[in-house]
Design a protein. Structure first.
Length: 86
């Protein structure tokens, strides 16, 4: 949005120069390798005892196996942190 505004200002003559460099974003990831391995190692029976559905664990395992970053809902993350299966 800001770059579009800069371009419009340059086109109408309000601004002499325009900069198209990309800003440097720093993203802090929540999905560490330890968390990924913990999710992959959880059995469906143990996960069911914690009180979650098999489908939740299925999609968590899919995300953990992929190389893409992923997030977890707060209540899932809390139970995962307290889970002592590893």
């Amino acid at each position: 949005m800001v770059k579009a505004r800069e371009l419009s200002h340059q086109l109408v003559g309000k601004r002499k120069t325009i900069e198209f460099s990309k800003p440097a974003y720093v993203v802090e990831r929540d999905d560490s390798d330890l968390l990924r391995n913990k999710i992959i190692d959880i059995s469906y029976a143990e996960w069911k005892k914690v009180g979650f559905s098999k489908g939740t664990l299925h999609y968590m395992k899919q995300n953990a196996k992929s190389d893409k970053p992923f997030t977890l809902n707060t209540h899932v993350m809390e139970r995962l942190e307290t889970w002592g299966g590893c």
